[in-house]
Ligand binder design. Structure first.
Ligand code: ADP
Ligand code: MG
Length: 394
């Protein structure tokens, strides 16, 4: 990555504002139900503490829509972070303003302050310059470690960088490095697996990957639109009829680029979108008018897994079927295993794909699990992410 990382600048004794992603799921009682994101930030936070920086953490939580709402307070996160760090974490009443500024300026080396939810202010998402300046006034250095929001130009991801030097945290840096290298200089064969519900969500990423990969595998609900473009009847399966022309164009584009484009040969069909509905495997030419294709079949798995086994770089975004229902999770599980077994670099992005890989206990077998669903998609589309763009060049 050509962006400065926080261990390449002097942080000792400095007030460092670090944008993190503490947008954790909580239950009605306000208990954190999954602290993965807090744990993920620990290496960066620990580093700053060990270096004797004064650590000021900022995050959003949920969608409070610009209003103070106790339900979205980061106070429970401060408690959990404090347990994990085994040291006190002070909680600020707000994220900007004179009182918070004074609190930040009173911090001693190695102390940690968590700011209150950035999105209690509409100015955050509006990237308001005064608000960004208010954040910058808290600190001498800005570190962005929240890749998941890097595709948005908000005050705490982009705006603040206009006022104080901005560098990458370890998580951010790893995301951009691993995915950047895979796109710019991949070990080949380079195979992308794209799935999920809709073609329309992933047109841009497919288009961008066609110019880079050796093999493109398309499964999941979106495969139906491509099958339809090839003239197959997909019955009552999820299919975007208004996107069949586009799917045809993408198939043509793959041909022009001599990219191997793999679609399912067989699918698991049922008459209802229901885990308990009787299901069977049929070739894609055998889908009946009242069938719904809800997973890829074993012949497809064999072909896809074969391509994945030979790959030196794999990018996977989107499940192969309705993996939330055990009856239709088989294709996704087998593909997850094949990706995990691939000897090269394996990258998984996309909220549902990551959830599937975690559910199957295969996360640790992947080279990289992207923390940012939307952000990783935009990165793979080849877009410039404002939160990355704002960081200082090396
Ligand atoms: P990601 O979050 O990994 O980018 P998407 O959000 O694009 O993935 O798609 C995930 C959703 O696609 C899941 O909810 C899954 O049930 C659905 N899906 C996958 N295959 C099918 C299918 N054949 N029919 C209907 N829905 C599907
Ligand atoms: Mg999703």
């Amino acid at each position: 990555m050509n962006k400065l990382r926080m261990d390449e600048v002097d942080v000792r004794g400095k007030r460092v504002l670090m944008r993190v992603d503490f947008n954790v799921p909580m239950n009605e009682a306000g208990d954190i139900t999954d602290d993965t994101r807090i744990r993920a930030a620990l290496p960066s936070v620990d580093y700053l503490i060990a270096q004797g920086a004064k650590v000021i953490l900022a995050s959003h939580l949920g969608r409070p829509k610009g209003k103070v709402n106790a339900k979205y307070s980061l106070t429970p996160v401060a408690q959990r972070l404090s347990e994990l760090l085994e040291r006190p974490v002070a909680m600020a009443k707000d994220c900007v303003g004179e009182e918070v500024r004074q609190q930040a300026h009173r911090l001693r080396d190695g102390e940690v302050l968590l700011l209150e939810n950035l999105r209690f202010h509409t100015e955050e998402e509006a990237n308001d310059q005064e608000f960004a300046r208010g954040l910058a006034n808290l600190a001498e250095l800005f570190v962005n470690d929240a890749f998941g929001t890097a595709h948005r130009a908000h005050a705490s991801t982009a705006g603040v960088a206009a006022y104080i030097p901005a560098v990458a945290g370890f998580l951010m840096s790893r995301e951009v490095d691993v995915m950047g290298r895979a796109l710019a200089n991949p070990e080949r064969p380079f195979v992308a697996v794209i799935g999920g519900a809709k073609v329309s969500d992933k047109i841009d990423v497919i288009r961008s990957l066609i110019s880079k990969v050796d093999t493109l595998i398309v499964g999941g609900g979106m495969a139906n639109t491509f099958l339809r473009a090839q003239g197959f009847d997909v019955g009552r399966s999820l299919c975007e009829s208004d996107k069949t022309d586009l799917a045809g164009e993408l198939l043509e584009l793959a041909k022009e680029n001599t990219v191997r484009f793999l679609l399912p040969e067989d699918v698991v069909v049922a008459k209802a979108f229901d885990n308990d509905a009787p299901s069977k495997v049929v070739p894609v030419s055998g889908i009946e008018a009242d069938d719904q294709a809800l997973d890829i079949g074993p012949a497809s798995v064999a072909v896809f897994a074969g391509a994945l086994r030979e790959a030196q770089t794999v990018i996977w975004n989107g499940p192969m079927g309705v993996f939330e229902m055990p009856s239709f999770a088989g294709g996704t599980r087998e593909i997850a295993k094949a990706v995990a077994e691939c000897a090269g670099v394996s990258i998984v992005g996309g909220g549902d794909s990551v959830a599937a890989v975690e559910m199957m206990g295969l996360a640790s077998a992947m080279t990289h699990i992207s923390t940012g669903g939307g952000a990783s998609l935009e990165f793979l589309e080849g877009k410039v992410l404002p939160g990355v763009e704002a960081l200082q060049e090396r």
